[in-house]
Ligand binder design. Structure first.
Ligand code: C5P
Length: 235
């Protein structure tokens, strides 16, 4: 039951703060680059699985430095990403397809360094039970409002059955590779996550419990909070 892992890290991270700080996946939290925390957790979960990290051309030095900070870097390759997250994922899938015959793949955002072993276990179980597509997600806790362009509340949206999508979204390898190629061929480049491509291709997507800690670091303050959290757990 071979598993491959794609970690997308080719974004520019413009929302995280001034460009001088560099992309958020290479910023240090708890003494190591964000990407290192992410890779270390996957390496522990699947010690023998090939990992492809999708990076931006301009980040090659940062990426090499991040790998140097990892204890176990064997089996970690990299390819360059594209204009969109969707294109970056496809480059990663193509690289895995070229080097290994894989049954399953997990596709993860580098900027979610708090992915935990329990979530990976739940996703892995769903894959093993035959689900072609698996989404870790958490039920929406806030009350949701629809707003108008001029800043007034229009109505309250029922949150029943609504989930916030996380990663690693995980798949039957051949099925998601095919779905990605079909989407690109159809001129669709606007999917913001891989399950949306699976849905578009008609694959049933199984929901499993994610973790409230598995947040996507987006803003500068997210990085500061992540750093603080890691320094607390180290004490
Ligand atoms: O931009 P967004 O927050 O959706 O990015 C999610 C993940 O996708 C990040 O880890 C980012 O580095 C990656 N990404 C990518 N290639 C792009 C855009 C985003 O690998 N062109």
């Amino acid at each position: 039951e071979s598993l491959g892992i794609v970690v997308v890290a080719a974004g520019r991270g413009e929302r995280a703060g001034s460009p001088a700080d560099g992309p958020k996946q290479y910023r240090r939290i708890g003494g190591a680059p964000v990407l290192c925390h992410t890779l270390a957790t996957f390496r522990r979960f699947a010690p023998a699985s090939p990992i492809v990290v999708v990076i931006h051309r301009d980040d090659t030095m940062l990426f090499e430095a991040a790998l140097d900070a990892l204890e176990h870097r064997r089996g970690i390759a990299h390819v360059f990403g594209g204009q969109t997250r969707q294109q970056s994922v496809l480059n990663g899938l193509d690289a895995l397809a070229a080097s290994d015959a894989l049954r399953h793949v997990m596709i993860h955002d580098a900027v979610r360094p708090f992915i935990d072993a329990e979530t990976l276990q739940r996703v892995g179980c769903a894959l093993a039970s035959g689900a072609p597509a698996v989404l870790p997600a958490v039920a929406v806790a806030d009350t949701l409002k629809r707003g108008t362009a001029d800043g007034l509340v229009e109505d309250t949206v029922s949150r029943t059955g609504l989930y916030a999508a996380q990663t690693p979204q995980s798949f039957d390898f051949a099925a998601i590779l095919d779905a990605h190629h079909k989407a690109a061929t159809a001129g669709r480049h606007d999917f913001t996550d891989d399950c949306a491509i699976a849905e578009w291709a008609g694959l049933p997507v199984r929901l499993v419990e994610g973790s409230p800690d598995n947040v996507k670091l987006t803003l500068a303050k997210d990085l500061a909070m992540a750093d603080e959290r890691l320094s607390r757990t180290a004490l």
